[in-house]
Design a binder for this molecule. Structure first.
Ligand code: XMP
Length: 513
């Protein structure tokens, strides 16, 4: 059966992928294309609906991206979001006002028309705003559909032409009934059929990868995390032995992690896996280093060196697979020259040497973590990989504050594995996005068996999150915290104090470095 397509024209918003993700949640196929796409190409795609994303520009800027007026003659329902709204209004000769004041965050919104876009919604909802300019006069046939105390035109629509615009962001979770609003647009207004599923994505990727790779070999850095594991198995399904996986042990992995990865991928999946144990090299390079960004850069560079050396042993290679996800892409853009602020340089994005001359295959670049987990399940990966908490590329190095030594790594591994076991025993593991220990470079005084001790502090970090981009600390019950603290202090030599991190992201980050 034919699948309907929702075309998302990207005007540069941070949330464009989130719009695509919401459409996927509604089981409709969607593609993102640049806002400058020609009408001819749009016609070829033959979309059932078009969504115009937000963007960082003002419609008054000299180089502001424009909209081809012809788009309104296609007879395809359109939803403009934020900048998407302003550019629709400007193109149709309404007025957009430059505003000095930014409206950012939650706004109480009052719905004036419940017919289609806001069908079945309450009279007032919380919407999420993030804009400077706002609409001042409506073009032709447009009517007000919702307002806030700050703007008369929070949502507008030309109902006959099926062109709708919203000033707020229905795609973010902070907007009440955001998914319902998108669903109303896609199903009530645009008549789409909900028949797309992630299995289609997998089948499509397998077909495309097969075609792209031909007779060449593909190498894939396998970390044992769900992203690279799912990417490897997906590509293995497409091209079999032409996939060569490289697993670098950087000496910064969790307890028993290396042996587990070898067993699953070499043993169970029969993937051609090349194992490089470079623990000693990494530890040597990290000796004396305490600055978090320096650690990350060293680990990133070292990883590339080891990886390249291993890759050189494999012949006829043209492609490199990476399990990059969408949140990695956004958060790292700025560290490699993009417009948003640099928080941390995630070492699996953008860190490839320029002379490596391999083409990238990144099957999950547009997906979020939970979607990749679903794909991993479809591909038959074991539960212990699918549900394993995310683990950063720089590994335990960003969880040992200050200098890293093999002694501290041993302490942290033990403490961390105790935490994991207890959390699993109490059934919290799957409700938590990440739970781990952090070893602080601080020694405090304690008393054990009547003797004075002077040992390290271990911090417990546990957070709930949907995508790692924002997070709240997970409320582990006191009696479980008690059990964890007792077990760590009693069983791990070198720790005599355990503390619990109760910060959310933002303003803290999930990892401590
Ligand atoms: P932060 O600490 O930035 O972490 O709040 C957000 C999520 O990203 C993971 N993380 C990384 N993942 N390479 C990765 O693959 C990295 O360099 C890296 N740094 C942080 C972190 O564990 C959390 O899930």
């Amino acid at each position: 059966m034919k699948k309907d397509t929702v075309l998302i024209l990207d005007f540069g918003s941070q949330y464009t992928q989130l719009i695509a993700r919401r459409v996927r949640e509604l089981k409709v196929f969607s593609i993102i294309e640049p806002c400058v796409m020609s009408l001819e190409k749009i016609k070829k795609i033959n979309p059932k609906a078009i969504i115009l994303s937000g963007g960082p520009h003002s419609v008054y800027e000299r180089n502001a991206p424009l909209l081809d007026k012809g788009i309104f003659s296609l007879g395809v329902p359109i939803l403009g979001i934020c900048y998407g709204m302003q550019i629709v209004v400007r193109t149709l000769k309404g007025k957009v006002r430059e505003s000095k004041k930014r409206e950012y965050g939650r706004a109480q919104m009052y719905i004036d028309n419940h017919k289609d876009l806001f069908f079945s919604l309450p009279a007032k909802i919380v919407s999420w705003m993030s804009h400077t300019d706002q609409v001042d006069a409506l073009p032709g046939e447009f009517k007000v559909l919702a307002h806030t105390s700050n703007t008369k035109y929070a949502a507008i629509g030309d109902i006959k032409r099926k062109v709708y615009c919203v000033q707020f962001h229905p795609e973010v979770v902070h907007t009440d009934f955001g998914l319902q609003i998108l669903s109303n647009f896609i199903f009530r207004i645009a008549d789409c059929f909900a028949n797309w599923q992630l299995e289609d994505f997998v089948a499509e990727q397998i077909r495309e990868i097969k075609k792209k790779v031909g007779s060449r070999n593909v190498i894939c850095g396998l970390s044992g995390g769900v992203d690279s594991s799912a990417a490897a198995v997906l590509i293995h399904k497409a091209i079999g032995k032409k996939l060569k996986c490289i697993f670098v042990n950087n000496g910064l992995l969790r307890k028993n992690e290396a042996s587990q990865v070898l067993k699953i991928f070499k043993g169970n999946f029969k993937i051609d896996l090349h194992y490089a144990d470079a623990s000693k090299i990494f530890l040597r390079e990290l000796k004396g280093v305490t600055n978090p960004e320096t650690k990350r850069k060293i680990i990133g560079n070292e990883f590339i060196k080891v990886f390249e050396a291993e890759a050189r042993k494999i012949k006829n290679v043209e492609f490199l697979v990476q399990g990059t996800l969408y949140p990695d892409v956004i958060e790292s853009v700025s560290c490699f020259g993009g417009p948003t602020a640099c928080i941390k340089s995630h070492h699996n994005v953008g860190g490839l040497p320029k002379d490596m001359k391999l083409k990238l295959i990144e099957p999950f670049r547009q997906l979020f973590k939970d979607e990749v987990r679903q794909i991993a399940k479809i591909l038959g990966l074991p539960q212990e990989i699918i549900n394993r908490h995310p683990f950063p590329g720089p590994g335990l190095a960003v969880r040992i504050l200050g200098e890293i030594t093999s002694g501290q790594l041993k302490i942290l591994r033990e403490a961390d594995s105790i935490l994991e076991k207890i959390i699993k025993k109490h059934g919290f593991y799957d409700d938590i996005w990440q739970a781990f220990c952090v070893l602080l470079p601080l020694k405090t005084v304690g008393v054990m068996g009547d003797k004075r001790t002077y040992e390290y502090v271990a911090a417990i970090r546990a957070v709930s999150s949907l995508d790692g981009m924002t997070a709240d600390w997970f409320k582990i019950p006191h009696e479980v915290l008690d059990e964890i603290s007792n077990a760590i202090i009693n069983k791990v030599r070198g720790v005599n104090r355990v503390v619990f991190d109760i910060s959310s992201k933002p303003p803290a980050t999930i990892e401590w470095e």
